[in-house]
Design a protein around this ligand. Structure first.
Ligand code: ADP
Length: 468
């Protein structure tokens, strides 16, 4: 399992992008929330001021102040809170004892001009007095002007603003820390994976390299597991390829060594003993052919690896009998065909040709010329067509049956006595896979071997098997 140092995140990493956008979002939310709270509280406080000024002016109107006595009476007996109020009464009635009445400091207040606060009706600022809400009412020729100091409300509002500012500051400090930790939890496993994949090609060890699998988040766990699975497959494939190349080199080394030794023999003794030349040339020719066959088979393996074949619905009975015709001539054995008529299969002609060619070649190679080879084509119950090639030859030892489809595998009893590369059945198996068939081997009860190829039968558009 690889352990790697985590690299620094760049500005475009998902962690940085998530961090930036989440911090922006949290700041916007906190500011909006604070603003809403400030406006809400401010609005409520203003309404409170409006209500209390309305109560004071209503009380003034009710008492109808048109003498010093009324004025003092009202100020002493009024139940409304006038601690923060400045009142100016202008009496225009004929019978007025006094024209003007001022509450304490109200005359001071009126001596200088008020500054109007924009956007809010009746709100003014007066240096030395602060913010004041004005209400003007009249009743029976008496005009009352009330200036209500909103200092207490403002201090509440200021407290709200302070709390909002503290909230914003705390958010600004804590949110990045929290978000950084959260994004790290989400993206660090991905970063680790990425770093591990980068060092894989640098790792020199021959063993299986695996990525660390984080326990969370689930998506990354699954990704790492899938990646490890893929890695294992690739390693396995690489091992197989190495083995294949080693085997190929080994198989080619034998004929090369034989050719070399015979060439040296001719070189050293050919002039004195011309009789060895013909024998050595025969060996060289035989080994050259063996080499050529190996190289052709290797090329065939590579070609089939990249081949993709189209499968078509065909009359496989006709196809097999046509393929068999040219195969009969070059072999000494008698070919017996037992083909059920008009069997349909979803297959490919080229693949079928190659498979039959290889199986017949083997059956011929490993049988006596007098032993017939039987090819049968039959309908199978499990919606498939079976094609068998049956010989009465050497047979295959039980222990070898599991290996004969491997590259370069040959039974000990044929190695050295019967020519071959050990690649024919591997190529055959590749073609079988390409047409989604299944190839198996069994002993012929009367001696020899039976190879059975199962072909997927043609499926018509209604999904029904077609064996007609
Ligand atoms: P080759 O025939 O060139 O050796 P193949 O891959 O075709 O390579 O076959 C692999 C091995 O399987 C053969 O070497 C042989 O031992 C065995 N074999 C294949 N077909 C037959 C057969 N019909 N009868 C007996 N042995 C067979």
């Amino acid at each position: 399992m690889l352990k790697t140092k985590r690299p620094k995140k760049n500005k475009q990493s998902s962690a940085s992008i998530m961090l930036r956008s989440q911090i922006k979002m949290i700041i916007v939310i906190t500011i909006s929330f604070s603003m809403m709270m400030i406006f809400g509280v401010g609005h409520k406080l203003l309404n409170d001021v409006k209500l209390s000024t309305w109560q004071i002016t209503a009380s003034l109107k009710k008492n109808e102040i048109d003498s010093d006595h009324d004025w003092d009476d009202w100020r002493k007996n009024s139940t409304v809170d006038i601690n923060h109020s400045y009142i100016y009464v202008h009496n225009l009635r004929q019978d007025a004892e006094a024209r003007y009445y001022f509450s304490p400091r109200a005359d001071d207040l009126l001596q200088k001009k008020m500054i109007k606060v924009p956007f809010i009706n009746n709100l003014y600022y007066r240096p030395g007095f602060g913010f004041l809400y004005r209400r003007f009412v009249s009743s029976n020729g008496i005009y009352y002007t009330l200036w209500q100091n909103i200092g207490p409300q403002l201090s509440i509002l200021m407290r709200v603003i302070e709390v909002s500012a503290i909230l914003l500051a705390v958010t600004l400090v804590l949110a990045p820390i929290y978000i950084r930790r959260l994004t790290a939890r989400l993206t660090d496993p991905l970063t680790d994976l990425s770093t591990s994949t980068q060092v894989i090609h640098q790792a020199e060890q021959s063993g299986l390299i695996q990525l660390p699998v984080p326990s969370q988040p689930t998506e990354v766990t699954e990704l790492a597991q899938d990646f490890n699975h893929l890695l294992a497959l690739l390693n396995q494939r690489q091992d197989q390829q190495k083995l294949f190349v080693m085997n190929a080199a080994h198989e080619l080394r034998t004929p090369i060594a034989t050719i070399k030794s015979h060439a040296q023999l001719i070189d050293r003794h050919g002039a004195d003993h011309p009789e060895i030349i013909e024998k050595s040339v025969t060996y060289i020719t035989k080994e050259s052919r063996a080499m050529q066959q190996i190289i052709e088979d290797l090329l065939a393996i590579l070609r089939v690896e990249t081949l993709s074949l189209a499968l078509t619905r065909m009359n496989v009975t006709t196809a097999v009998s046509e393929i068999m015709q040219p195969l009969e001539k070059p072999i000494p054995q008698k070919l017996i065909l037992q083909l059920e008529p008009n069997l349909m299969a979803q297959t490919n002609l080229e693949a079928l040709e190659q498979i039959l060619h290889n199986l017949i070649q083997n059956a011929s190679k490993y049988s006596k010329p007098s032993d017939p080879i039987v090819v049968t084509l039959a309908n199978k119950e499990n919606a498939s067509v079976s094609l068998t090639v049956m010989d009465q030859g050497l047979g295959i030892p039980e222990a070898d049956k599991a290996h004969i489809f491997e590259h370069f595998y040959r039974s000990d009893d044929v190695r050295g006595s019967i020519p071959g590369t050990g690649l024919g059945l591997a190529i055959t198996k590749q073609f079988v896979d390409l047409i989604h068939g299944h190839l198996s081997v069994a002993d012929n009860p009367t001696g020899g071997t039976i190879f059975t190829l199962l072909l997927p039968s043609a499926i018509d558009t209604t999904g029904q098997s077609d064996h007609s």
